[in-house]
Design a protein around this ligand. Structure first.
Ligand code: ACO
Ligand code: LMR
Length: 595
């Protein structure tokens, strides 16, 4: 079809321009095609973008870099570049390197020297539209950004279906007016391009007219140019040389410049006449002489379009989609304020993931439920078994440990079981039970950076930091923690490769040579064994945020809740009196002999 875009065209959007992105999707919905925007690039924020397709809300993936977006969507060949004038150039140059077929740059004020570099680099590789434009549209197929304006204007301009006119102009705003004018006086456009109002646009009027000339669906052209520049000479030459045979209606705006006392600069950077040949009058005369249909005034354009349409376009009149046939998009769509990706309680039988709760109940084990609700996946039987062993190991460690103590005190203070549980859970932190994620990060980083165990120990000492996962109040290398022994034994028996675990045990050799209680404790053991066992089994997107989400401390808290509640119930049964710490066990004052 020789059009710039098709109904299969998809785009990556650089810059989180939510309104423009939604307008592209609304166009797609009205044109009854699939969503054309597949991804957004936002270097500062990778959270997905909430959008609508019609009234159905969905999420667009957001990438921190253009290369990551392109590698995730290799078949997408259009880049809509909303970067600011300061960074637009770098985006265009990277986009050319990434082999985008079309790059539309919206920013105004881009330095001319930058654009000249783009044009040289893009030659015979990439079609550049802009800068300083709203973009382009292939009717019924694809539109860039806000081209064609609001949804109402879009259908009033018949942009949701192909007509018979090829339009190219400079001004984005005026192109929207022209789409409406053409739609009211013909069957509408097949394709419309606003090349932008800079003196050095990425593509010329003639580049698009050449494509229109080869498109059998286009029966005549409309060109709206403006004062400044000499592109009309290319068009005049093409008319004279019969490279353009189809009727071409043209108007160069800016004729009012002659009423100003001296040379006037209009809105666009390129809209000023450097000499007589660049004035609107001169260029209108040039085009007319070359055979273009040039009205005497802009106001006569609609009649000329209608007259030309009647002569050439009537056979291509399509059954116009009456307004009521156009899919309706309500104005008041409101994005949801919450999102849940792990379960669904809307149906008769609520779902964990995509599976019914009943299926999990009948399975009879809670660990597949945990895997589904925490990591949205299923895990191997031996990994599930290991996770269950961890929960058994951390469930309790007696009434003396910090978390149990606080819960017991709260229970004797008459707090209800949930409050007392929370008192115990709130004790979990960097030194008690809550060092698991920190240990995973610390050991994971040391292994990833290739630090030798001794170097790692020295690094932490130099930073004055404790190694998370190392040390215990009462367990030592001579009186080992049986929980740790049991977990390590299962891990070593069932997995051949345990690199982080092996590394941590080498660290333990060093630390316990200094102080016997600096063992690889249960937090540390859970951390390094799950780095080796669980992490590789998780979905890639879950792996990406594994270290900062808190899964492992969550696992400790889940297991320890069993023991803490056990202590609370125990105290309730014992009807234990309010706990008060014995004063003889408190050193008062500054601890000076004189106190
Ligand atoms: N890394 C390096 N040095 C350590 C570590 C460690 N993880 N733990 C203690 N030390 C050092 C201290 O710096 C101190 O050295 P110094 O005498 O030169 O100042 C010495 O050992 C004694 O420190 P204490 O805090 O008095 O030792 P304690 O036995 O009370 O520490 C604790 C036990 C709190 C677990 C400590 O080892 C620690 O903070 N470890 C890191 C956090 C952690 O892994 N917690 C989980 C414990 S297991 C669980 O809660 C289920
Ligand atoms: C626990 O599991 O609570 C212990 O390892 C901590 C402690 O103080 O014993």
């Amino acid at each position: 079809m020789n059009t710039l875009f098709t109904r299969q065209t998809t785009a990556i959007i650089y810059g989180r321009k939510s309104v423009s992105i939604q307008r592209m999707l609304d166009f797609d919905y009205i044109a009854a095609r699939s969503p054309s925007v597949v991804a957004i690039v936002d270097p500062t924020n990778g959270s997905p973008e909430r959008v609508f397709f019609g009234t159905k809300e969905f999420l667009l993936p957001v990438y921190r870099s253009l290369s990551e977006a392109k590698s995730s969507h290799p078949n997408t060949d259009v880049l809509v570049n909303f970067a600011s004038l300061r960074s637009a150039g770098a985006v265009v140059l990277e986009g050319i390197d990434l082999k985008f077929r079309v790059i539309a740059t919206i920013a105004e004020g881009v330095p001319e020297r930058d654009v000249r570099i783009w044009i040289t680099k893009a030659k015979n590789k990439t079609i550049l539209i802009g800068p300083a434009t709203v973009g382009a549209v292939t009717a019924g197929a694809f539109r860039i950004g806000d081209t064609g304006g609001s949804n109402d204007h879009l259908t009033e301009s018949k942009l949701h279906q192909a007509g018979c006119v090829g339009y190219v102009g400079k001004s984005g705003g005026l192109s929207n007016e022209m789409y409406r004018m053409i739609a009211e006086h013909s069957s509408g456009i097949v394709e419309g391009v606003a090349i932008g109002g800079d003196r050095f646009p990425g593509s010329h009027l003639m580049d698009h007219l050449s494509r229109f000339e080869k498109n059998p669906a286009i029966t005549f052209h409309v060109v709206l140019s403006e004062i400044g520049g000499r592109e009309e000479e290319e068009i005049a030459h093409a008319l004279k040389e019969k490279h353009i045979k189809k009727p071409l209606i043209a108007w160069v705006s800016g004729t009012s410049a002659s009423f100003f006392p001296k040379n006037v600069q209009f809105g666009h950077a390129g809209a000023w006449a450097a000499n007589l040949a660049e004035t609107a009058e001169a260029k209108n005369i040039l085009l007319k002489k070359a055979g273009a249909l040039v009205p005497d005034t802009f106001e006569e354009l609609p009649q000329l379009i209608q007259k030309t349409f009647r002569k050439t376009g009537t056979s291509s009149i399509l059954k116009l989609m009456r307004k009521k046939d156009t899919p309706y998009i309500p104005e008041n769509r409101i994005h949801s304020h919450l999102q849940c990706t792990i379960s669904d309680d809307r149906g008769d039988d609520a779902l964990y993931g995509k599976k019914s709760i009943a299926s999990f109940i009948n399975n009879g084990s809670v660990l597949p439920v945990l895997a589904q609700l925490w990591w949205k996946t299923t895990l191997s039987k031996k990994t599930l078994q290991y996770l269950e062993m961890i929960l058994c190991a951390v469930a309790d460690h007696g009434p003396a440990v910090a978390g149990a103590h606080n819960a017991i005190v709260a229970a004797t203070a008459g707090k209800d079981p949930i409050d007392a549980l929370c008192s115990g859970l709130l004790t979990i932190g960097p030194r008690f039970g809550g060092a698991v994620d920190a240990a995973a990060c610390s050991f994971g980083d040391a292994v990833a950076r290739g630090r030798l165990p001794q170097e790692f120990v020295d690094d932490m000492k130099e930073k004055g930091e404790r190694i998370p996962g190392i040390g215990h109040k009462v367990k030592t290398i001579h009186h080992p923690d049986t929980r740790v022994k049991a977990l390590l034994a299962y891990a070593k028996k069932n997995w051949r490769q345990l690199p982080h675990t092996t590394y941590a045990l080498q660290v333990e050799k060093i630390t316990t040579s200094k102080k016997p209680n600096l063992i690889l404790n249960v937090d540390g053991t859970i951390a390094v064994t799950l780095l080796d066992i669980l992490l590789p089994e998780l979905p890639k997107d879950i792996q990406k945020t594994f270290f900062e989400t808190g899964y492992l401390n969550g696992l400790f808290a889940l297991g320890r809740s069993i023991g803490i509640l056990g202590h609370v119930f125990d105290q309730k049964r014992l009807n234990a009196p309010l706990y008060r710490h014995p004063t003889e066990d408190i050193l008062y004052g500054e601890g000076r002999l004189s106190d």
